[in-house]
Write a protein that binds this ligand. Sequence first.
Ligand code: GDP
Length: 397
Amino acid sequence: MVRYKQVSDIVKIMRNVEQVRNIGTLAHVDHGKTTTSDSLLMGAGILSPKVAGQALALDYVEIEQLRQMTVKAANVSLYHEWQGKPYVINLVDTPGHVDFTGHVTRSLRMMDGGIVVVDAVEGIMTQTETVVRQALQEYVRPLLYINKVDRLIKELRLEPREIQQRFVEIVKEFNGLIELYADKEFRDKWKVDFAKGQVAFGSALHKWGLTVPLAMEKGVKFDYIIDAYIHDNKEQLAQEFPLYVALLDMVVEHVPNPREAQRYRVPKLWRGDLNSEIGKAMLECNPDGPTVVAVSKITIDPHAGHVATGRVFSGTVTEGQEVYLVNAKDGARVLQVGLYMGPYREKTEQISAGNIVAMLGLEKARAGETVVDAKYKDVIVPFEHLTYVAEPVVTIA
Ligand code: GDP
C-alpha cells in the first residue's frame, strides 16, 4: 500500500500542531534502531515493503538511497492516520550509537518523544540507560519498543507466559530508569504502562509489532504469533500487524504534541524572559509569532550546498526571510525552505512552528545556532548550551 503524500498535503497538516509529533529512535548498539527506523519509513509509503529490514531484497530503492535515508537524512517527515485523522510525524535522525560529542543531545532538542528500542533477549543495557537519561535531561518522553521478539520464540523457545514475564521485567527496569532520571514533575506521568499502549513489542526484522490495546482490538493472543513462526508464516504477521502502525499509533497517542511539549520544555531549555513577546510565542508554539529556530545539524548537499536543519520553536520560516544568527552574530537570508520526505529534501514555501525545517543560505550557521527573525536580533536570548550525559567516569583521586 503506497501512501506517498504530496508536499502540499504534509505542509497543510504541519500548520496544525495538534497533528504533529517530533520523535526519534534511541537504542543500545545492535538492538535494532536502524531496522526499526526502516520499518517506519516503509510505513509512510516511501520504501517498498520488501526493503525495510532486509537490505538484500532491494527492489526499486538502491542501497545507497536507503543508506542516505537512515544515515544521512537529518530528518524525515512521515504521514500517519490515527482514528481517522491525519498526522505528520517528524522522525529526527539520531546517531547510531552513543557518542561523546553531543550529537545525541542535539537531536534530542528537536524531539518531544523517543522510541527506545530494546532487544528482548538482552534487555536494558548500559547504552539504553544512557540514552534514556539523555532524553529525560532534555525533557523528551521515552516510550518503549521491545524488539527481536522472534528470538524469544525461535531461539529461546519460550512459552507465552514466559514471554510475558520477560516483558514485565523489561518494563520494570525501564520504569526504574524513569524513576531515577526524570524530573519530579514527570517521574510518575512518564512511566510506561502495557495496558495503556505505551509499550510496543515485535520484530523489526520481520516487520510486525503490537501493543496490548492493539492486540485486544484484533483479538490476537501470543499462541497465534508463535504458531505463525512454527508454520513459517511470519509474512502474515507483517501484513496483519505492521510494526509501523503499532509504533506510530503509540507515538500519536503518547508523545505530546509540540505545543504541549514546548510549554514545559522552553522554560528548561531557554533562559530568556518567558513573558516577552518571543518567550510567549515559544511557549505557545505560535506560528504567527517571531521566527525562532534551533539548528541541530548542518549537512553539505552536493547540489544545494550548506543545509541547516532545525526545529522551529515559534513563527514560520519563509523563503526569502531576513534572519539573524545569534552565535555567528551575523545577518543572512533564507534562500530556500524545505522538508525531508524519504531521501529527498522537498522544497516548500514555508515551515511553521513545532516542525523541523531545512534551510539553504545560512552558510555561517553551525549546529547549536539560534536563528531568529532579523527584526528581533537585539532582544533574542540564545538557547541553553547543550550538555550531554556521558557514561559514568571513574576518577582517580
Ligand atoms: P542498531 O545498531 O541498533 O541500528 O541495530 P540494527 O538495526 O543495525 O540491527 C542489528 C542487528 O540485529 C542486525 O543484524 C539486524 O538484522 C538484527 N535485527 C534487528 N531487528 C531484529 C529483529 O527484530 N529480530 C532479529 N532476529 N534480528 C533483528
